[in-house]
Design a binder for this molecule. Structure first.
Ligand SMILES: C[C@@](CO)(OP(=O)(O)O)[C@H](O)COP(=O)(O)OP(=O)(O)OC[C@H]1O[C@@H](n2ccc(N)nc2=O)[C@H](O)[C@@H]1O
Ligand SMILES: Nc1ncnc2c1ncn2[C@@H]1O[C@H](COP(=O)(O)OP(=O)(O)O)[C@@H](O)[C@H]1O
Length: 299
């Protein structure tokens, strides 16, 4: 019997061009979470996922080593964001009177876990998008969003498949023209990881930034804005501090993405990126590796 090869999907990473925190939410469902403003930029780099649909309604997720090892795979499968996304969609299909179908998923792990690149969130969103199509459920994005939110504050953004301005807890998404589409970026992966919840809990985090309009920031993202986690991350973690200093010395710019630990800088072109990367890796002990990637265009 001839079967179709499983289809391969890229789960692209994001960088936060800037990230301001406006307040801590005092009550309601998201009590203790933070209201923020950020610009999510997608890059042409990420994990690869394959989906092999099967009739038996079981879900399995296998992690394969890519640029990253599989050492940080969640111990229990039911905690894997990919597994949880597939299970939520299975439930949604069943609730609509559609048959429960199964899937064998593989993840080729390229993105560092705890890097601030949204690897887990992007893989979860890609799973929702892929299985919505492959299982022929065809939910509109408005009906996928309630499934995405409980998986993580970053997951809704990845459903839009475009660069976007985000507010609320990061879940209120407005597609907005990218100020950097097509530009090359260096992403420094330090020999350390950060935990998002710890970053948000830091006592010295700036939590009262005034709100701005997208037009104020997207075009001046590298001058009149900042990443609220950066100062604390640099103060707390010598590896992040060393990588930040090295990248800033080499390119004149360095910024944390998300709650860290990765730092990024725009660069002129691929050749320059490679030259700078080679020198940084040679001279900076605290760098694990460097990703060279290009900002994806808007949809
Ligand atoms: C900081 C950001 C910026 O893009 O990215 P990462 O560094 O994780 O990539 C996101 O806001 C992270 O999104 P995500 O990684 O999905 O976080 P979640 O799992 O939803 O939340 C982890 C924990 O962070 C805190 N949290 C999260 C989002 C938010 N707006 N306020 C918060 O205080 C909560 O304590 C929550 O329990
Ligand atoms: N499929 C998955 N891929 C990556 N991380 C996952 C996955 N499932 C659960 N996680 C957990 O999600 C957390 C955030 O991971 P990740 O999205 O890679 O980093 P970040 O939020 O810093 O960008 C980690 O604690 C990780 O163990």
């Amino acid at each position: 019997m001839i079967t179709d090869a499983p289809t391969q999907w890229l789960a692209p990473v994001k960088i936060n061009l800037f990230l301001h925190i406006n307040s801590k939410i005092p009550e309601g469902t998201f009590r203790g979470y933070h209201e923020l403003q950020t610009y999510f930029q997608r890059l042409d780099y990420g994990d690869y996922l394959t989906f092999e649909c099967i009739e038996e309604p079981t879900i399995s997720v296998q992690w394969l080593e890519g640029d990253e090892s599989v050492a940080l795979k969640p111990v229990q499968e039911r905690n894997d964001l990919i597994y949880r996304a597939a299970a939520l969609l299975q439930e949604a299909a069943s609730a609509r009177g559609l048959p429960r179908q199964g899937v064998r998923i593989t993840l080729t792990k390229n993105t560092p876990v705890g890097g601030g690149l949204g690897g887990g969130s992007s893989a979860a969103a890609t799973t929702l998008l892929a299985l919505n199509q492959l299982w022929e459920i065809s939910l509109p994005i408005a009906e996928l969003l309630p499934l995405a939110c409980p998986l993580g504050a970053d997951v809704p953004f990845f459903l839009y498949k475009t660069n976007a301005w985000a507010e609320g807890i990061g879940d209120r998404i407005t597609p907005y023209p990218s100020p950097v589409a097509g530009k090359w970026f260096l992403i420094v992966v330090p020999k350390t990881r950060t935990l998002t919840a710890q970053g948000f809990a830091h006592p010295k985090l700036i939590r009262n930034e005034a709100k701005v309009a997208p037009s104020d920031l997207a075009e001046h993202w590298n001058k009149s804005s900042y990443n609220a986690f950066e100062a604390c991350a640099i103060a707390e973690d010598p590896a992040i501090a060393a990588c930040d200093k090295a990248l800033r010395n080499a390119t004149g710019f360095s910024r944390l993405t998300g709650s860290g630990a990765c730092l990024f800088s725009p660069v002129e072109n691929h050749a320059t990126a490679q030259q700078v990367a080679d020198i940084l890796i040679r001279d900076t002990l605290q760098i694990q590796r460097i990703i060279i990637a290009r900002a994806l265009p808007d949809k």
